[in-house]
Design a protein around this ligand. Structure first.
Ligand SMILES: *Cc1c(COP(=O)(O)O)cnc(C)c1O
Length: 459
């Protein structure tokens, strides 16, 4: 009798046609217009090595998005694999509810050692959105635990992105993406982000005005040091420092969302370091595990933590947690990734300069409005008309035209709207960065005829 293969044996055995058919039959992809996806020729990854990924047809691609902003050291990294394998032989998961596990304890201490000074407590979760959700709830309950029930709004910035759970969407609603949910949201106040940089004073004045008028209703201000999903818009120098001062002055907590910028992305371990500030709550995710496992963390101060101490019946407890909070495998690989990253940090400034030089010629492309860079975060804004900055219509999906050419040339990149996002893993060598920027140049050249004919139809 022939036994049916176990599903786990299929992972190396299935042919590409079956995998594509099953993907299209069963998987619903995130942030993906599925009607168009079903008609497309999808990339299905089989394995990774270094900063490249191989698809089921045997094509290798540079991971030009760091697997959507996560990857730090590349794929299949011996040290990271070893950390997970060693932990696997100890225990894969044990809850953090009312008890602890060894990697969660050790990682918490390590994070506090390297985080901005003054942060003292680590609350784990499993995605950037949950790290933000936790920060928002902690901020509101911090005041509530002290009898201040009116302080329950959070001031955010237009075009910031904090994740896709309803709480995170509540502080960063996007009318294009979140239209079905807008009337479910609490109506948190929002002010303009300081980009372009000459809007710094205007942005800070708007913050101060809200703090003055509604400080008694505000639990916190939440901000990204670089607008990531907003199109890679770095805040000007001094912005975070001024925000920090304003929050102190008006007695409001400061939440800095470093889910994207944390763990070396901007060239420093944390973007807060460049401004010498410590937020009351710091949200971390993405690069925390080097892009290996879903782990996130919300760091806070002893002052915030102490507001949650009380007798059981006072209900000052933070009643929040997730099944996989503090997952030992994630914590073990995060520890290993952080040690590797600390060795990598000194090499980052040269690589960032190399990237800047390599990208500079794109500035001359007839449909590129701006090449924006914050360390290893790059956004290339594509417009129909450079002089007037007229965008292509949303439906034209111009970023995907360039991304398609890049894929054919051996690199995976992904646009957000009309901004092509390029996020190489931090471990990329200067030679690899050169190869990746060369592919980008070629892809933009390839796209020229299509962009030209699209622009014609707009005139
Ligand atoms: C990606 C991101 C999030 C959400 O993280 P997920 O892990 O996707 O939930 C939150 N904030 C910022 C700044 C991000 O870039």
């Amino acid at each position: 009798m022939i036994e049916k293969p176990k599903p786990s044996d299929l992972l190396d055995a299935l042919d590409p046609e079956t995998l594509v058919a099953w993907d299209k039959a069963y998987v619903w992809h995130p942030f993906t217009p599925m009607k168009q996806y079903l008609a497309s020729d999808p990339v299905i990854i089989r394995r990774g090595q270094g900063i490249k990924l191989e698809d089921i047809h045997g094509n290798w691609y540079y991971d030009g998005t760091s697997s959507i902003w996560l990857n730090v050291h590349g794929h299949n990294v011996p040290e990271l694999n070893a950390a997970i394998e060693a932990q696997l032989r100890r225990v894969a998961h044990a809850t953090l509810l009312g008890q602890a596990n060894v990697p969660a304890v050790v990682l918490a201490r390590r994070l506090i050692e390297v985080a901005p000074p003054g942060l003292q407590r680590v609350f784990y979760s499993d995605s950037g959105a949950t790290a933000v959700e936790i920060a928002l709830k902690m901020a509101i309950q911090f005041w509530a635990n002290q009898g201040q029930r009116t302080k329950r709004y959070v001031l955010g910035f237009t075009n910031n992105y904090h994740g896709d759970t309803l709480g995170a969407v509540g502080v960063a609603p996007d009318p294009l993406f979140h239209w079905p949910f807008l009337d479910l949201l609490p109506g948190h106040p929002r002010v303009p982000y300081p980009y372009p940089h000459d809007r710094l004073a205007e942005s800070l004045e708007a913050v101060e005005q809200v703090l003055q008028q509604r400080g008694h209703e505000l639990a916190a201000v939440i901000v990204e040091p670089v607008e990531g999903a907003g199109g890679i818009l770095p805040a000007p120098r001094g912005f975070l420092r001024e925000l920090r001062a304003l929050c102190h002055r008006y007695n409001v907590l400061l939440i800095v969302d470093e889910v994207a910028t944390g763990f070396g992305r901007t060239g420093r371990l944390f973007a807060c370091e460049a401004e010498g500030i410590t937020p009351d709550l710091l949200c971390l995710g993405k690069g925390l595990t080097g892009g290996y496992l879903p782990l996130a963390a919300t760091l806070t101060t002893e002052q915030v933590f102490e507001a949650f101490l009380g007798e059981v019946e006072e209900r000052k407890t933070f009643f929040h947690g997730h099944s996989y909070t503090g997952n030992p495998l994630g914590c073990a690989v995060a520890l290993a990734s952080l040690e590797l990253l600390l060795q990598l940090i000194p090499s980052l400034p040269d690589k960032i300069e190399r990237l800047r030089t390599g990208l500079a010629p794109l500035q001359a492309h007839p449909f590129v409005a701006e090449v924006r860079q914050a360390g290893f975060m790059v956004g290339i804004e594509i417009v129909a008309d450079r002089s007037t900055r007229t965008p292509f219509p949303y439906g034209a999906q111009v970023g995907f035209i360039v991304a398609r050419h890049a894929r054919r040339r051996g690199m995976l990149v992904r646009p957000i709207g009309s901004v092509l996002i390029f996020m190489p893993p931090l471990a990329a060598t200067e030679a690899e960065l050169d190869e990746m920027t060369a592919i980008l140049h070629a892809a933009f050249e390839d796209a020229l005829p299509e962009l030209e004919s699209l622009a014609q139809t707009l005139l």
